[in-house]
Write a protein that binds this ligand. Structure first.
Ligand code: HEC
Length: 101
């Protein structure tokens, strides 16, 4: 009980410190979560679908559709629910820029 009295203001303080824009370090962590299945550039190994070369708008559309259940999925529906729309946008831009090299 006593611990939770301290935890609440701490959580509120931490939440207020998180900036709305997605930072570069956070971006790497988010993209790492995809790389295990889709490769570091979106070029998958094995049976996972590749999305290398797709533009940011297309990737974002796919991810948002997975999140909302509009696009049929086995795992991507669950994965995308873990990200905010802003984060999905940032991930899409990240992979689109990686593929241009
Ligand atoms: C556990 C493995 C796994 C992880 C982790 C994963 N994916 Fe997927 N991804 C899949 C599978 C499988 C599909 C095919 C749709 C389905 O069955 O869910 C897919 C489909 C996609 C597609 C659509 C490709 C196309 O052209 O149809 C995109 C885009 C995508 N994933 C992006 C991501 C991003 C971005 C992340 C990280 C946030 C991610 N995936 C994490 C397995 C994974």
């Amino acid at each position: 009980m006593r611990a939770s009295l301290f935890a609440l203001p701490l959580c509120l303080a931490l939440a207020a410190m998180v900036p709305s824009a997605v930072k570069a370090a956070e971006m790497n962590v988010m993209a790492d979560a995809c790389g295990g299945c889709h490769g570091t550039d979106g070029q998958s190994v094995g049976a996972m679908p590749s999305f290398i070369g797709k533009d940011a708008a297309t990737l974002e559309k796919f991810l948002v559709e997975y999140k909302t259940g509009k696009r049929e999925a086995t795992v991507m529906d669950r994965i995308t629910k873990g990200y905010s729309d802003e984060q999905l946008k940032a991930i899409s831009a990240f992979y689109a820029s990686r593929a241009k090299k």
